[in-house]
Design a protein around this ligand. Structure first.
Ligand SMILES: [Zn+2]
Length: 148
């Protein structure tokens, strides 16, 4: 269901039906996967990372870097509108939570100790993301044409 703000809103039961247990815990219940266990922390495949819940493109592999934390880390989202930010005071820490701007999926946190050019470290959960490898291989589908 898409409401009037363009956001995707679903019930827990609906999300549960669509996601694995871990994906549900992380994205809908603000969980964190264990470091060095996620699917993408060490992935170097070129492509884009989309929201596991709604498919909105969130990060480009070009901004992914090895932070040594065991979580996939990026220095910038694909665009400022792709993610939303929220202050998170849980666990007696003050952190900035990063959410998918379209469906409010919890993605991870952003910290001010990343590399140039942004100086930011988007510390994400693999469970929140789906990698869509780029098709630079040169198959015929690469030509953009709109038959309508
Ligand atoms: Zn989303």
């Amino acid at each position: 269901m898409i409401n009037t703000t363009g956001k995707i809103v679903k019930t827990d039961a609906e999300w549960r039906a669509q996601l694995t247990g871990l994906q549900f815990r992380v994205t809908r219940k603000h969980g964190t996967e264990q470091a060095f266990t996620g699917e993408y922390w060490n992935t170097k495949v070129a492509g884009t990372y989309a929201c596991i819940c709604c498919g909105q493109v969130l990060f480009d592999s070009k901004t992914k870097y090895d932070s040594g934390t065991g979580w996939p880390s990026f220095y910038a989202p694909v665009g400022e509108g792709a993610v939303a930010y929220k202050e998170d005071r849980s666990f007696f820490m003050r952190r900035t939570e990063v959410l998918c701007s379209k469906c409010d999926a919890h993605l991870g946190h952003v910290f001010p100790d990343g590399p140039a050019p942004t100086g930011k470290r988007f510390c994400m959960n693999s469970a929140s993301l789906k990698l869509m490898p780029s098709k630079d291989g040169g198959d015929d589908l690469g030509v953009v044409s709109d038959p309508t």
